[in-house]
Design a binder for this molecule. Structure first.
Ligand SMILES: [Zn+2]
Length: 251
């Protein structure tokens, strides 16, 4: 089995079923079985509470359309904590969703995010966090790996997932290695030599997950990072599916 832990389902909001079928068609070509979907059909820098609701509902509809193939995350925002907690209760505590995606509308080390991180720990689901160090400077509210380390240190009972290994993956992995409740996904960016081998060596294979960031990136370019890595078959199967099954509680 292959699980892609970082997916965006773009397209028209009203055509969620068609959007799912199209994306699954591409996933099928590469033998990818399950997609963990987050956020909404278009990205929005500062989503309001209505947007959080609508986009979480969109992901929920995607799950309903293909329950064997699609897993979903609640859309969480540090600027709308009450609404985020409400959605987590509705769709995780009382529903089938597998975790929360914390959007970058507020720096993730901010104490305002504490109730969301704590509730994820209570529900025993992961919090997926975009982390990106940009050569030209990150956006003011964009999470850097060191910001996630701060949040994860305050919530040792919560499992965090750092998307993109921090963007600058060498630096990101070194920064996050010390915090054992942070795992990383290899999604985004072009494939580079050593990109999967390095976190396997530094963090251990149990803390590395395959993700693509599709449809912003192709499945093939991202899957190649893992399929082409010089690692053991056992480590590869942890990265491609077993870690996601364990962390998201996928059946
Ligand atoms: Zn993403």
């Amino acid at each position: 089995m292959i699980v892609d832990c970082h997916i965006h389902l773009y397209g028209e909001r009203e055509k969620v079923g068609e959007n799912v079928d199209e994306l699954l068609g591409y996933a099928d070509r590469l033998g990818i079985d399950k997609l963990v979907v987050c956020l909404g059909p278009q990205l929005c820098q500062q989503p309001d509470t209505r947007r959080l609701e609508m986009d979480t509902e969109y992901v929920r509809q995607a799950m309903d359309h293909a329950p064997e193939r699609i897993e979903g995350l609640v859309y969480g925002s540090g600027n709308h904590v009450e609404k985020s907690l409400e959605l987590m209760e509705q769709h995780i505590a009382n529903g089938p969703m597998r975790g929360v995606k914390l959007w970058v509308c507020r720096r993730c080390c901010d104490a305002a995010l504490d109730p969301i991180a704590a509730y994820a720990g209570e529900l025993m689901v992961p919090s997926l966090q975009h982390t990106f160090l940009k050569a030209g400077g990150s956006k003011p509210t964009e999470a850097r790996p060191c910001d996630l380390v701060e949040l994860a240190r305050r919530h040792p009972q919560t499992q965090f997932l750092a998307a993109h290994c921090g963007g600058n993956w060498l630096h990101g992995i070194r920064t996050m290695a010390c915090q054992s409740n942070i795992a990383v996904d290899v999604s985004g960016g072009e494939p580079e030599a050593g990109q999967t081998e390095y976190p396997v060596r530094s963090l251990g294979p149990e803390r590395v997950l395959y993700g693509s960031d599709a449809a912003g990136r192709s499945f093939a370019s991202q899957l190649g990072k893992v399929v082409g890595a010089e690692i053991s078959d056992n480590d590869r199967s942890l990265i491609l599916s077993k870690n996601a099954v364990r962390i998201f509680g996928i059946q």
